[in-house]
Design a protein around this ligand. Sequence first.
Ligand code: AMP
Ligand code: MG
Length: 708
Amino acid sequence: MDRVAVLDWSSSGVPKLGKDSIWLGLAQNGQVQAENHATRTAAYQALHQLVAETLAAGETLLLGVDFSLGYPQGFGQALMGDDSPFAVWGWMADHITDSPSNAHNLRMVAAQANAAFAGDGPFWGNGAKADIPGLPRKKPRLAAGLAEFRATEQAARKTGLRPKSCWQLAGAGAVGAQAMVGLHWLEKLRQAFAGQVAVWPFEQPTAPIVIVEVYPALFDQDVAAAMAQDRNMVRDALQVKILAQALHGLAAAGQLGPLFAQPHPLAQQEGWIFGLGHEIALRAALPARVLPPRLRDDCFAMPQGVNWVPVDQALARLRAALHPVTGTETCPTHAAHGRVLAQACVARRSNPPMPNAAVDGYGFAHAATGDGPQRLPLVAGRAAAGQPFQGVVPPGAAVRILTGAILPDGVDTVVLEEDTAIDGAAVVFDGPVKPGANTRKAGEDVAQGAPALPIGAKLRAPDLALLSALGLAQVSVYRRLRVGVLSTGDEIISSPAQLALPHQIYDANRPMLLALAQSWGYQPVDLGHAPDDPEVIRQRLNQGAKEADVIFTSGGASAGDEDHVSALLRASGTLSSWRIALKPGRPLVLAMWQGVPVMGLPGNPVAALVCALIFGRPALSLLAGAGWAQPQGFWVPAAFRKAKKPGRREYLRARLNADGAAEVFQSEGSGRISGLSWAEGLVELPDAAIDVGPGTMVRFLPYAGFGL
Ligand code: AMP
Ligand code: MG
């Protein structure tokens, strides 16, 4: 494709420019630009001209539009007795009017379409003040047989994306209205250049002009990263540019072919999101500038004058500041434990691949059996797992079959061995047996081509079982996040293997934090221990910026004389000290050091662990590509008393007693490391005041729920 255009459409009823209006991105000759159109009529004229110019130049154009090109199966049939996608396009072109001032009648047309269906829908949602008879404001029940989502939207939703249903005509992200006015104009374009335009996946992409449906949310990460670099950008303009660039990049590399493979049996009828399942290839085709996105140097800045930040607000800020920072690589499935998927996995093979027997017994054709005693002669041989039966089992005969064996030709039903007797060369049992009894259908677990795991999934042992069963020998994963850990303090001595003088204490934080990083599936990078000497700390941070993607420090993070970590980071200009309303924990220091995020944890091991679990874990998870990580907790009765004051959230070292009630460590002293080890989790007390007594329900967050 010589040119790639991406259209961000709008169903506005009035002319509109800027945010949420019509944007047309165009990539050609390695250049990309975005133009803004106030009305659909103007945008159509621009498209018409672009197509005419492309054809005149003897070139080819891929046009991606951000609305659905089809409807769920059965819509056209019910509407006008023809389920072919272009019949629906023609219907829209005939019924929709769209004036040069952007006034349209799409809601009336939707109501008219609804009249062809039982019940109130399928179209719903009315952003206008006036009611429209036949167009419900709320989501109605769908008529029997009509799906809410097309197969492509279902596939996208399984990867964590959230496309809306094309029946929904109003509300944030609703694409339904845009599709109605969009198909009207696309049909005009198709007629104007008949024979030169192909619409994929309804047609082969062999014409000079190929129209596909795109979903810009596939690139949200890149858009966010680009926005972070330039706040004056219009999001929609960026979206069309990034998408046009990615598609143009793939086209230039001659790699568009796989994206045109038929993705699903329903695609030819319903349409399909172009590029779904090919996100990695698409993102890899972007210029390096937007991949991988860099964190901004001021990403941790807190607004001026903020005093104590509630924990939830601090978490929300952290979540907004961070995004994945590592590149991607391919990894054999068997070695992918703990790795984070950088691309959604789709089944290469069905599970089970063939229909097979669920029990040991006898297989036969159900049609030749009936009620009452059955006597079926046995054919010679047997069917076992890994040893398929080669012949055909004639109707009225049976074959010995074992669990997991492929059903031989002529067999659709299996009777359980325990329910039979053998009489000479025949098997005897009581009918009726249900058709298909004791068999597993091919693909009944997962069908070939079905989504298996979404992007961002951190692979656990059961996930490796699934991926292997589905024939995936390798997966695309984010590079393992490297987590640097540095301890600071003149009093700290590196290892208990060394002799400690009376004024020295052993480093407890570093082994703890390195082990946390390891158990979360990251690569721990030991940056050792630094005395309270700015030069040594600087040198270690420099080393960390080279060898790690993120650095945890502990100690020296307050604002006192001996708080050298914060002093140094402040001098480097990016320090942000978050005073979080949290106990235990002093200010949490967040900074960027040579482009690498630094999280300065308190020196106190109890506070260091709490901050690492509550703030460090979700932050690392985001950086690693696995998304924000919420700890798992549940409500249990307390087995302790505590009158907690309002104003800050508290985490107590706790474990469950034999009755399932939470008991807490006898001392809250934050130097009591033994309590960390005694505990099996934390009790989280709310920001507000609370009087806890035996039986009061409290939230228990087990260590296991933090991935420990
Ligand atoms: P700081 O945050 O440097 O003021 O340290 C607070 C307390 O935690 C002091 O009592 C330190 O001795 C102690 N501490 C700091 N770092 C460590 C460490 N790595 N292991 C054990 N205790 C530490
Ligand atoms: Mg210190």
